[in-house]
Design a protein around this ligand. Structure first.
Ligand code: 0L1
Ligand code: MG
Length: 260
């Protein structure tokens, strides 16, 4: 049976998304909410969305770079899921009023060709199981007042997942050193950050391997065909109406999101 705390937290998060209104962080009302229970809350909200016809189609890693960990004051990676409704068409603007605190971050996206199951998965195993890699943008949205949370809060909140975009270039990861793939992030033509793939735990495939081994401890795995967002390479930048955020990657092309 799902615990009353998990149900109550899932209810609050669902209402926050529906009403586009921030809520007090869950740990303020439920001080016993730990990381383990937070993943149960995340799974409960995902289960409800799937039951409503919105399947999980991708996985996401969060807080895999020091830039992101420092920005959010949480020093461990966190994991979430992406539903079909989260995949946003490239070139279509994002209505910022659909969200509470929309922010954007650049990521490297893996498209799996084979199932990936731990334990003992290495970065080389991840590369071997990957069909292609692309550039991506994640549009985050925290459901918590002042975008302030603990690790347990943000895990329960499905790691602030809101929307994602995937670039059209599909590169073979065997042809690239993903650790050295460079990235330039611009807001309205102004450079705001630079990074390389190594920002995500030394190598994006290493970050994915750690995630797959985490899943194995929970009796889960990644399936062929899934997309995996490997985590923001830079800190996230706010998305304002009328502004354009562009990420340009070496070898993987570029993506722009426009706020309206
Ligand atoms: O994708 C992420 O890094 C999500 C975890 C951090 C939460 C956030 O920045 O909203
Ligand atoms: Mg992210």
């Amino acid at each position: 049976m799902t615990s009353p705390t998990v149900v109550a937290c899932a209810d609050r998060l669902e209402h926050a998304v529906r009403d586009r209104t921030p809520i007090e962080k869950l740990t303020a009302s439920f001080p016993d909410l730990d990381v383990e229970m937070a993943y149960q809350v995340q799974a409960e909200v995902a289960r409800r969305r799937e039951a409503a016809g919105d399947p999980v189609v991708a996985a996401k890693l969060g807080l895999t770079s020091r830039a992101k960990q420092a920005q959010m004051n949480v020093d461990e990676p966190v994991y979430g899921v992406l539903h079909a409704s989260a995949i946003h068409p490239v070139g279509e603007p994002i209505g910022v009023s659909d969200f509470i605190f929309p922010r954007v971050e650049p990521e490297i996206v893996f498209r799996l060709g084979d199932d990936l199951a731990g334990p003992g998965v290495s970065a080389a195993d991840v590369i071997a199981a990957t069909d292609s890699v692309s550039c991506g943008l994640e549009i985050l949205d925290s459901r918590f007042t002042d975008y302030d949370f603990t690790a347990a809060d943000v895990i329960a909140d499905n790691t602030s997942a809101a929307r994602v975009m995937v670039g059209p270039v599909m590169a073979d990861p065997r042809d690239l050193d993903l650790a050295l793939v460079g990235l330039l992030l611009e807001v309205d033509g102004e450079q705001v950050a630079t990074a390389a793939g190594a920002a995500t735990m030394g190598h994006p495939a290493h970050a994915v391997a750690i995630y797959v081994n985490f899943l194995a401890r929970r009796g889960a795995h990644l399936a062929a065909g899934q997309l995996v967002f490997s985590g923001g390479l830079t800190k996230a930048v706010p998305l304002a109406a009328g502004s354009h955020v562009t990420a340009t990657f070496a070898h993987l092309g570029s993506l722009t999101v426009t706020g309206v």
